[in-house]
Design a protein around this ligand. Structure first.
Ligand code: CP
Ligand code: NVA
Length: 306
């Protein structure tokens, strides 16, 4: 049963650059209207233990466009919410479906799912990483700027799951990543140290202006991620001065774009003016999720033997 070689996508580091180039080329083709029945007669279970709009809908629609059948599982409507172990769920789902897409809290939960499933597992966001979003964001940037190697990209705000995945992307694509975050809100040190040890150029600074100077893209995200709602008020205080507003965007490169994975909190991490400005490419980012994830599923699900 299962795949000859099962490929999971829990992190951008799980792919080779060649795989990514193939995914981007297929994503471009899908965006230009190419059709594929790569998932014909196949089912994909989407396990969502946290809220989602973009990820859930783009996966569900993408699976349908590839001729496949999406099945949504939420904790409240499944035995997972009543404590059935992941290792049992993983083996059951592997029998019915040809891939599992999972959004959850601790990264160890998706690692467990991947360890026990014998079908590909795709990370739709954990507390640690959001690789589908950042892979797609790099596709969006490459479509606009071409080669990213040696360019400067800025991250302003929390060193969260998005920031961690941007560090992995900096290693993979060879761009410089400048992260401005308040003291105590740095990205995960293991991810940062590993990337730097492998040659990635990542700088941590305290002033957003230092991070954005000459950057081609200014990225931010919410100050309190899902699961941190109780810290929202205290974080507002600590992140004061980290809002991406028009003055900050003016310090970036002349053709710089503003990026945000969404949902955004206008007036906190980004001003309404910047989010709605011509420099904002947030809608294009959200749209590209569909095409990049279709291409990713096509890649990961091609080696079925049953
Ligand atoms: N950007 C993103 O993952 O959005 P959702 O939480 O709506 O899926
Ligand atoms: N950092 C955010 C991303 C949402 C898509 C969160 O984890 O809630």
């Amino acid at each position: 049963m299962g795949y000859k070689v099962k490929k999971d996508f829990l992190s951008i580091m799980d792919l080779q650059l060649g795989d990514i180039e193939r995914v981007f080329s297929r994503a471009k083709a899908f965006k230009n209207g190419e059709k594929s029945s790569a998932l014909s007669s196949k089912s994909v279970v989407l396990v969502f233990e946290k809220a989602s709009t973009r990820t859930r809908v783009s996966f569900e629609v993408g699976i349908a466009r590839l001729g496949g059948h999406p099945v949504i599982l939420t904790p409240e409507a499944s035995q997972m919410g009543r404590g059935e172990p992941i290792r049992d769920t993983a083996r059951i789902l592997s029998g019915y479906a040809h891939a599992i897409v999972m959004r959850t809290f601790g990264h160890s939960r998706i690692k467990q799912m991947a360890a026990w499933a014998d079908v590909p597992v795709i990370n739709a966001l954990t507390d640690l990483l959001h690789p589908c979003q950042v892979l797609s964001d790099c596709f969006t940037l490459k479509q606009r700027f071409g080669e990213l190697r040696g360019r400067k990209i800025a991250w302003v705000g929390d060193g969260n799951n998005m920031a961690n995945s941007w560090i992995n992307a900096a290693f993979m694509f060879g761009f410089e990543l400048w992260i401005a975050c308040p003291l105590g809100f740095e990205p995960k040190s293991e991810i940062l140290d590993t990337a730097i040890a492998r040659g990635a150029k990542v700088e941590i600074v305290r002033h957003p202006r230092d991070a954005v100077r000459d950057a081609i893209a200014v990225n931010t995200d919410v100050w309190a991620s899902m699961g941190q709602e109780q810290e929202a008020i205290s974080r507002e205080e600590k992140f004061r001065g980290f809002q991406v507003d028009s003055r900050l965007m003016a310090a970036a490169a002349g053709d710089a774009v503003f990026m945000h994975c969404l949902p955004a909190h206008r007036g906190q991490e980004v001003s309404d003016e910047v989010l709605e400005s011509p420099r904002s490419i947030v809608w294009e980012q959200a749209l590209n999720r569909l095409y990049v994830q279709m291409a990713l599923m096509e890649l990961l699900m091609q080696e079925r033997k049953r």
